[in-house]
Write a protein that binds this ligand. Structure first.
Ligand code: KG4
Ligand code: ZN
Length: 379
């Protein structure tokens, strides 16, 4: 590895193979992974360990930040050690450590970022604080062949956004949710239907065999320009339909779940189609749609996006579900992309970066592209 004397980080243009540890703890998954990016462009996910916390939060019907933070504290060291062991490498062989620095539940972000700082300090490794959304935005390039530019539909438990991705660090947000995130709508609605958590897969399973046509849901933001999303109205519509049934049978729940899932798929497709129209008129030239985030694992949504992209002559790329949901490999990969693009901050800057609860992807992040890497992060 070639270290730049000025910055103390690998020089993006002259890098050989890169072995990077990624740490993720921004919500309710404690995750770590080791990813190898070879000089020839090939890459290997050598380990990808995730420990979910559903059991800890089940009684509360949602993620409790304090419980999440405590669970991360208990588990992070073991998860990192496991990721290193499974990879077949040692800490000493790593080229860098990447960790989510936000956005997310602040207590959890703090735990993962601090653990990563400790590893970086102890083993004298470059540290790359990563925006969790950038992790989702770039993860497709780890497992698939996806060249820039592309349009990203990010649909997760915390975010529902349409982002034009032109390169590493080059993002334009075209739309976002004005209320619930798509995954949040699934999770809350699953609870309402008496299904377990996480709600998305539960609703998808319940919808199997259900009829999409028995219930009609409204079309959110039908008359509103732009690419923003609104999911809370669908959740309310589901509640009203469910409450109107005195003793819902399994068949009723299947029909409700199927109609709700279809309505979400339709809304996502409608807003995505608008964003595709904007991209088609721009200079960026993207004709690839990438769907990422936990909700992209949903079969009905995938099928709807497949139909949409086929109609418009676009290519659809969806990474495997294990890379769609929160994981450490996508954070390691974002770190690798930043290193190769020469956009990793110097060590002192990286070490000084504080965890952030809010951190929009389109906002500049600390790094060499902003003030020669001498600037700290925006608070
Ligand atoms: O990306 P992710 O793992 O975490 C966040 O960053 O939020 O997404 C988790 C969300 C949860 O709300 C979960 O219910 C949803 O993704 N999800 C699904 C499916 N699998 C996970 N939603 C719909 N259908 C699925 N099959
Ligand atoms: Zn996520």
């Amino acid at each position: 590895m070639i270290l730049s004397a000025e910055y103390g980080v690998p020089d993006g243009g002259k890098l050989g193979d890169l072995l990077v540890l990624g740490v993720e703890s921004s919500c309710d998954d404690t995750a770590a992974a080791v990813v190898l990016s070879r000089r020839d462009g090939s890459r290997a996910i050598l380990s990808n360990v995730t420990l979910a916390q559903y059991d800890r939060h089940a009684a509360y019907g949602g993620v409790v930040p304090e419980i999440a933070a405590r669970a991360h504290v208990e588990r992070i060291d073991g998860i990192i050690a496991q990721a290193i062991e499974i990879s077949g490498h040692t800490f000493a062989e790593l080229d860098a450590v990447a960790a989510t620095a936000g956005p997310g539940l602040i207590g959890g972000v703090m735990v993962g970022l601090t653990a990563a700082k400790a590893v970086a300090l102890a083993h004298e490794l470059p540290l790359i604080p990563v925006n969790h959304l950038e992790g989702h935005a770039l993860s497709v390039r780890m497992s698939e062949e996806a060249a820039f530019p592309y349009l990203l539909l990010l649909i997760s438990g915390g975010h529902t956004q349409l982002i034009e991705v032109s390169g590493v660090g080059a993002y334009r947000r075209l739309g976002t949710t004005i209320d619930d995130a798509a995954g949040e709508a699934f999770d809350k609605s699953a609870k309402l239907l008496g299904l377990g958590q996480p709600g998305g897969p539960m609703i998808e399973a319940a919808a199997k065999g259900g009829r999409t046509g028995r219930f009609t849901f409204p079309k959110p933001l039908a008359r509103r320009e732009g690419c923003d999303f609104s999911l809370s109205g669908l959740k309310t519509a589901l509640r009203l339909e469910a409450e109107a049934i005195e003793r819902p049978t399994a068949g009723d729940v299947a029909d409700l779940a199927a109609a709700f899932q279809a309505a979400i798929a339709e809304h996502l497709a409608d807003r995505t189609a608008r964003a595709m129209g904007i991209v088609e008129q721009g200079e960026n030239g993207a004709r690839t749609l990438v769907a990422a985030g936990g909700v992209a694992a949903n079969g009905a949504i995938r099928a709807r996006l497949e139909a949409l992209t086929q109609d418009r002559g676009w290519r659809l790329v969806i990474p495997p579900a294990k890379y769609c949901t929160d994981n450490g490999a996508m954070i390691a990969w974002a770190g690798i992309e930043r290193l190769r693009a020469g956009l990793a901050p110097d060590f002192a800057t990286a070490l000084a970066i504080a965890p952030r609860a809010r951190w929009p992807l389109a906002e500049p992040i600390a790094g060499r592209e902003h003030g020669g890497g001498k600037k700290g992060p925006k608070a």
